[in-house]
Design a protein around this ligand. Structure first.
Ligand code: GLP
Length: 250
């Protein structure tokens, strides 16, 4: 694992956007794996800026999002489909046919999941996967459990995740209890992975993720065995890692 300590959220976002931009410049037809949540918002803002000011093009690229809430239509304001359109896709030149987000309303969910994995494979796999992390160590919506799923699947969200994500809804009751997520297989097959985290509330989970031990109870810890992971954190997390000796495994 490579660990980069950025000054702050802005700097973390800029560094992440630069890595994504370099990927697109060296391979315009890159397959990007994209994430939602508050963490990548600054990265998307930077990418939109690069598209406008530096003519960074997404016209040959494809995108696969990690996950989607089960039962929310793409038009729902809290759906990840809506998030991606609002924060990235409608501001850049990516072709609509190259945008892929799991359909949380699919009638045949096993078929939808199988198709999603097949499509990723058909495109040659993910070149660069962007990740945030849940405070409980989930990536995508791969929640801590006795076992982890390899393929795209329907998952029941944990109480922790529902509580954490309720900040985007009017109340916790409105948060869908299930989601469709890429499994650890598609994520781990990505050629390169970029994990972003900022703020003191993510410090402990990052320290555990890079601790040198893997556990299905902490899904993101599996990233330690991937050969191409870059973790970008802000100085709050960087200082915590320094104080707790968390640097020694990266
Ligand atoms: C959600 C998403 C994850 C994301 C996580 C953390 O649950 N499914 O992909 O990484 O939230 O979100 P945030 O960046 O808002 O802390």
């Amino acid at each position: 694992m490579e660990l980069l300590v950025a000054r702050d959220y802005e700097d973390m976002s800029r560094k992440a956007a630069e890595i994504i931009a370099d990927q697109l410049r060296s391979k315009p037809e890159s397959v990007l794996g994209l994430a939602t949540g508050s963490t990548p918002l600054g990265t998307y803002e930077q990418l939109v800026k690069m598209y406008r000011d530096e003519k960074l093009s997404f016209s040959e690229a494809s995108a696969f999002n990690l996950d989607e809430y089960y039962g929310l239509s793409p038009e729902h304001e809290q759906s990840y489909s809506h998030y991606m359109k609002a924060n990235l896709f409608r501001h850049i030149d990516i072709k609509p046919e190259n945008i892929h987000i799991p359909n949380g309303m699919a009638e045949d969910m096993p078929g939808e999941c199988e198709n999603y994995d097949r499509l990723i494979e058909k495109k040659g796999g993910i070149d660069l996967q962007l990740l945030g992390v849940g405070a409980n160590g989930h990536i995508g919506f791969n929640e801590p459990d006795k076992e982890l799923q390899v393929n795209t699947h329907l998952v029941r969200l944990t109480e922790d995740t529902i509580r954490a994500n309720s900040r985007f809804f009017n109340s916790a009751d409105e948060v869908p209890v299930m989601a469709v997520t890429m499994g650890l297989g598609s994520i781990m097959k990505a050629k390169r992975i970029l994990l972003l985290a900022s703020g003191s509330n993510k410090a402990e989970v990052i320290a555990r993720i890079i601790s040198g031990k893997c556990s299905t109870r902490l899904p993101a810890s599996i990233l330690q065995v991937h050969p191409g992971v870059t973790v970008i954190v802000d100085s709050e997390i960087g200082n915590y890692l320094k104080e707790t000796g968390g640097f020694k495994n990266v």
